[in-house]
Ligand binder design. Structure first.
Ligand code: SF4
Length: 299
């Protein structure tokens, strides 16, 4: 999104972030201003610090419209702001439009963030931990809301989260990252039912599962991943996961693995047939010795 000032950012000149033929990593500021907030929008992690405390929430929604929808006059922007607040299910939107962030609850502020992000009907919505600061009831409401908006407006959502439960609930494709690198990509079905990277497998094993003796039930200790993530200032040669991987071999220390296709993805049974139907995209893994693809098991 290129939100940070250039003096605090390092972008590798070879980077490519392609959006409709434009490389966002190298596009000029004028191009980025047109795309940002209009074609690609973002919901930030902490709504209290992302909203401006000295402006009303209506003003903050209308600010994006003023820049990206010049055809709307003041009354049009105001009507659109109220419409967006209603869309994100904020009660009494006409009155709430004139309120400041501190007058709203955490869940309502997060809804305002979503309203701001969606008011220009973006093609892509980047949601960075959109439910982290919320209790589970509000979290479920926000996720249902985003899912509904995705279906109604046709917006593609990129969800950034540590919460694997949320991933399983709302995502189609998953990209697992470790120490700044993508280490595995696949559908939700691939990642949760037959993970091929040792880190993905270890992550899933460390989730408590009701009734599974081998996963922490029956008095056994819950498995954890020993060690810590390496500092990005002092990365090891070879695989970045090597110090914590129980499958490590000499090659892992000597040579960094590339992200490579290891097979075709599968769609989960509820959307693609039973038990799993092949999709047209590959499963990719960054590991010299990917785990075998075991048959899908019942979650
Ligand atoms: S490359 Fe080696 S150390 Fe890295 S995840 Fe694969 S098996 Fe483990």
């Amino acid at each position: 999104m290129r939100l940070l000032p250039e003096r605090t950012t390092i972008i590798d000149p070879r980077s490519q972030v392609m959006f409709e033929g434009v490389n966002l990593a190298t596009a000029d500021d004028a191009t980025m201003r047109k795309i940002r907030g209009d074609r690609i929008a973002m919901i930030f992690q902490e709504p209290m610090t992302s909203l401006n405390p000295v402006f009303t929430v209506g003003w903050q929604i209308e600010e994006a419209l003023k820049y990206h929808k010049p055809e709307l006059d003041r009354a049009g922007r105001r009507a659109r702001a109220v419409e967006m607040l209603r869309l994100v299910e904020i009660p009494e939107p006409e009155r709430r439009r004139g309120e400041y962030p501190h007058q709203l609850s955490g869940g309502m502020r997060q809804r305002v963030m979503i309203a701001i992000a969606l008011c220009c009907e973006p093609d892509i919505l980047i949601a960075d931990e959109p439910t982290t600061a919320l209790d589970v009831t509000i979290q479920a409401q926000i996720l249902a809301l985003m899912d509904g908006l995705k279906k109604r407006l046709g917006t593609a959502i990129i969800l950034i989260t540590h919460n694997l439960g949320v991933v399983a609930q709302v995502c189609d494709r998953v990209m697992v990252m470790y120490a700044g690198r993508v280490i595995e990509t696949g559908t939700v079905f691939d990642i949760f039912h037959r993970p091929r990277h040792p880190y993905t497998r270890a992550l899933l094993d460390s989730i408590p599962k009701k009734g599974r003796k081998e996963h922490g039930g029956g008095g056994k200790r819950l498995p954890t991943i020993e060690g810590i993530v390496p500092s990005l200032f002092d990365l090891p040669k070879g695989c970045r996961f090597q110090d914590r991987c129980k499958f490590r071999q000499d090659r892992c220390v000597a040579e960094e693995p590339a992200l490579e296709a290891v097979g075709m993805s599968a769609l989960r049974p509820d959307i693609g047939g039973s038990p799993a139907k092949a999709s047209d995209s590959p499963v990719q893994v960054r590991c010299h010795f990917p785990l075998p693809s075991v048959p899908p098991t019942t979650p």
